[in-house]
Design a protein around this ligand. Structure first.
Ligand code: PEP
Ligand code: MG
Length: 583
């Protein structure tokens, strides 16, 4: 009997899962050259053909599955990969070289792919450049089939799997199938990394940042993921299994207890309404938002449309998604955030030394106006539903807003000229997630209709702590007084200019943060849908006077620890059973 072992990490997506490890690895495959006897050259070409056919069948299957389970929009990127397999120029070249060089198919194919990728990589056209990643994706799949190796993609894993990986890229994370994936464990990443966000969106228990995971775990091992305590148990003993089965039962009972809150209005005990809305990344998640009682979409992270497609979606493709989302959520509002690419959300061979301080979000869009304008047009066209608001990420200067507004105005004018309808009163907002925007918020407020505080980035930039770096994750704390003081400043600036202020970072979903944020005057909280019932439970138990008292005290504290201890005590005194719902 293998020995039980407990591995510690960061709890990022709640719940308990028991399953079998599926190791997801993205390492490059080694290809060796082997001479082929002339008699077998035709067989070698035929072997190459069979690998192409097999790869195509696999991709078509994956595409069908994504179509059904996540949505058509997210299956589109595979079209380009399937087309590559039919590329006559590549296929003829490979067969020609097998004959000429008398070398094995994998060696020749790898060489041809390399040359092709290099050519595209050198291109000035960003669309072609982006295809390099697709070439390697599809090329690796063909190579694996030629070499008879099993595939390693999160999309086609066996049922009952717990994914164990060093890291999962945002685009790969988008392919995780909640029907086959019971849990996720990775070596890198923290609470606000995109694997974490996707895991929460798909309601899959996850523990990230487990040091040395890949050396400690093997394919096929039995494990338990405890997404509440941040633990992975390898080879669990009978007693442990019993404990977790019990905990799971209790959790199901808790969910049942919280479920009536989905339907209840989001009002404080003394009747103040606070909008509670949902953060989503995929169109299909609007069903989660509705199920848990969101009053709208407070943040639609549109970059996932780009990442899952692995390239720029057309205006029409974008419009279809935005329009469908707005139509399904009507009359509740949908805040569409323009692309927040860069940082940890870039899909290409583009690298820079400090991606979070670099070419990210609005900076990327401003450098490619055709790309940006096509998204603005798509959002404006969807605004005919009358419930769409537009929001811009990573604003750090006043000039940026002025420029964005100018471009937005131009796009509106162009639509007018073409008689394309849109909502003339569409609200124009920004995310306040850089310290400079927070500090300058009283000036920025005159330029916009609303603020939404991005506490994830605001924390990372204020504390100079990379939000995805597990080595320093203990320093990443959105309860740090410096962050809280900036949040207060933003809310006050917004209210002085009579605009509403929301918060859509992870802080919004933390039960102990809710009385504080309300005491600071927040108008809207947007969070991952499954946190909504718990947030409503807290909201409905507190009064504005209590919250204001709490906020005043907290603003006098010097450390995050003092803040958290105090908030927990306060909430426990208001809601004695709160310990049951806070991990
Ligand atoms: C944030 O930064 O708090 C936020 C909500 O945006 P994202 O997590 O997508 O960067
Ligand atoms: Mg952000």
């Amino acid at each position: 009997m293998a020995r039980e072992k407990i591995l510690k990490g960061i709890a990022v997506s709640r719940g308990i899962a028991r399953g079998t490890v599926f190791v997801y690895e993205t390492e490059r495959i080694e290809v060796f050259q082997t001479p082929i006897h002339p008699v077998y050259l035709d067989d070698e070409s035929a072997r190459f053909e069979r690998a192409l056919d097999k790869t195509k069948r696999e991709l078509v299957n994956i595409q069908e599955r994504i179509n059904q389970e996540i949505g058509q929009d997210f299956a589109q990127f595979l079209d380009a990969q399937i087309l590559m397999l039919d590329d006559d120029a590549i296929n003829k070249e490979v067969k020609k070289r097998i004959i000429e060089k008398k070398k094995n198919a994998e060696f020749v194919f790898h060489q041809v792919m390399n040359e092709y990728a290099e050519k595209l990589g050198a291109s000035k056209d960003t669309y072609l450049k982006e295809r390099v990643a697709d070439i390697w994706d599809v090329g690796t799949r063909v190579l694996r089939n030629l070499l008879g190796l099993t595939h390693s993609s999160v999309v086609d894993i066996p049922e009952g799997s717990i994914i164990a990986a060093h890291d999962i890229s945002p685009s790969e994370a988008a392919l995780i199938n909640p029907k086959t994936t019971l849990g996720i464990a990775t070596e890198v990443g923290g609470r606000t990394s995109h694997t974490a966000i996707t895991a929460r969106a798909l309601e899959i228990p996850a523990v990230l940042g487990i040091a040395g995971l890949m050396d400690k775990i093997k394919n096929g091992e039995k494990v338990i993921i405890d997404g509440d305590r941040g633990i992975l148990v390898k080879n669990p003993k009978a007693g442990r299994i019993h404990f977790y089965e019990n905990a799971k039962k209790k959790d199901q009972e808790l969910q049942k207890e919280l479920s009536p809150y989905c339907e209840m209005p989001s009002r404080t005990r003394d009747g103040r309404h606070i909008d509670i809305s949902a953060n989503i990344e995929f169109f299909s998640e609007y069903t989660h938002a509705k199920k848990y009682g969101a009053e709208g979409i407070g943040l639609f992270r549109t970059e996932f449309l780009y990442l899952t497609r692995r390239g720029t979606p057309t205006e029409e493709e974008q419009y279809r998604v935005y329009n469908a989302l707005a139509a399904r959520m009507k009359p509740n509002p949908v805040i569409i955030r323009t692309y927040d690419l860069g940082g940890d959300k870039i899909f290409s061979d583009y690298h820079e030394a400090n991606p979070f301080l670099g070419w990210r979000a609005i900076r990327v869009c401003m450098d490619d106006l055709d790309f940006f304008k096509s998204q603005l047009r798509a959002i404006l066209r969807a605004s005919v539903n009358k419930n769409v608001k537009i929001m811009f990420p990573m604003i750090s200067t006043y000039e940026e807003i002025k420029r964005v507004n100018l471009i937005f105005g131009k796009v509106k004018k162009e639509l007018h000229e073409k008689n394309i309808p849109f909502d003339e009163d569409i609200q124009f907002g920004i995310m306040v997630e850089t310290p400079s925007a927070a500090i300058m918020s009283s000036h920025l407020a005159h330029q916009v209709d609303f603020f939404s505080i991005g506490s994830n980035d605001l924390t990372q930039y204020t504390l100079a702590v990379d939000r995805g770096n597990e080595k320093i994750s203990q320093l990443f704390d959105h309860f740090h007084p410096a962050v809280l003081n900036l949040i207060k400043r933003v809310i006050d600036s917004g209210h002085e200019s009579h605009i509403w202020v929301g918060l859509c970072g992870e802080l919004a979903a933390d039960p102990i943060a809710i009385p504080l944020l309300i005491g600071l005057g927040i108008d809207e909280l947007s969070m991952n849908p499954s946190s909504i019932p718990r947030a409503k439970m807290v909201l409905r138990a507190i009064t504005i006077a209590q919250c204001e008292g709490i906020a005043e005290t907290v603003l006098g504290f010097r450390t995050a620890l003092e803040v958290k201890k105090y908030l927990r005590r306060q909430l426990s005194s208001i809601l004695p059973n709160i310990d049951k719902v806070i991990p």
